[in-house]
Design a protein around this ligand. Structure first.
Ligand code: GUN
Length: 288
């Protein structure tokens, strides 16, 4: 699905350049040396270039001051060649993540983290919002399996983060699903999950969702990315695993995403989609 989306975005980007002379511009800001963030940013940039975007990275030292970072965002907000601004999270502890995120112009907020975009999504105006990339990608996968109208379906979202859990719940609700949001303080989580026609796991606990928690025929999306140590022939190796025990759950689910290689590529594809949309809107062209 992600590859198909990227193909469509690449074709539209060529058309935008040829017909209107507009090249979508994505600027990524990364602070410090977090290895996982470096990998994510590299993947985002590589995909952006593949789509024909102009892609710029600002790598700032881990001890950059909040004022310096805010000044850079101000500059990017004022730069007409920049259509999308993404500040990679997490940020070092001395930086106020909300203050930084809210300083990005809502029109360039391709992460969908600005309160204006969160407000539009929550108020049922998702069509006019930049929607956070991971839940937007998950929603496309749910739609591919079950269609756009989820009336009568029970959806359970495990995790209540601002990046995934909350916006995911808003999207599912907007599609008429009956939505339950669970988290670390939920009682009898396994029982709640057993009622789910759509189960979204986004808690960051390796293999927490067991096969017996999955309703037969459910659509299961695993947003977790956990690094765990495994023993390979007596040697300790690190490997990525999701929040769902894939081998067990795939015995029960009608459809399930793997980790790695499931949600990740969809998140990046949605970032490209949001950036293309921001470029079109900035050029006074209707988005879709
Ligand atoms: N860190 C992990 N996921 C994300 C994301 O979707 N956007 C940003 N900016 N940082 C992240």
């Amino acid at each position: 699905m992600a590859a198909r989306l990227s193909e469509t975005i690449t074709a539209e980007t060529s058309r935008l350049r040829e017909e209107h002379g507009v090249v979508p511009g994505l600027t990524v800001v990364i602070v410090g040396e977090d290895p996982a963030s470096q990998v994510y940013v590299r993947n985002k940039q590589r995909t952006a270039e593949g789509c024909g975007f102009s892609s710029v990275k600002h790598a700032l030292p881990a001890d950059v001051s909040e004022d310096e970072l805010l000044a850079l965002i101000d500059e990017l907000n004022a730069d007409d060649s920049v259509h999308g601004i993404l500040v990679q999270l997490p940020l070092p502890r001395h930086l106020d993540e909300q203050r930084i995120t809210q300083s990005i112009s809502p029109a360039k907020d391709v992460d969908g983290f600005h309160y204006v975009n969160i407000g539009k999504l929550t108020a049922g105006d998702a069509a006019d919002a930049f929607v956070p990339c991971t839940p937007a990608g998950c929603m496309l996968m749910v739609e591919e399996q079950l269609g756009k109208d989820l009336s009568g379906k029970n959806a359970v979202v495990v995790g209540r983060s601002n990046i995934v859990g909350k916006p995911m719940a808003s999207l599912l609700l907007a599609a008429n699903a009956t939505v339950t949001i669970c988290h670390s303080r939920t009682a009898e989580l396994d029982q709640v999950c057993r009622g789910a026609d759509i189960l979204i796991a986004a808690v960051g606990r390796p293999n927490m969702v067991r096969g017996s928690w999955v309703k037969p025929g459910a659509v299961v999306i695993d947003v977790g990315i956990n690094r765990v140590e495994v023993d390979v022939d007596g040697e300790k190796k690190s490997k990525l695993t999701g929040d769902v025990d894939y081998d067990e759950a795939s015995e029960h689910a009608a459809a399930i995403t793997p980790v790695p290689g499931g949600v990740g590529p969809m998140t990046i594809a949605m970032l490209m989609s949001n950036t293309l949309r921001a470029a079109k809107l900035a050029a006074g062209l209707g988005a879709d």
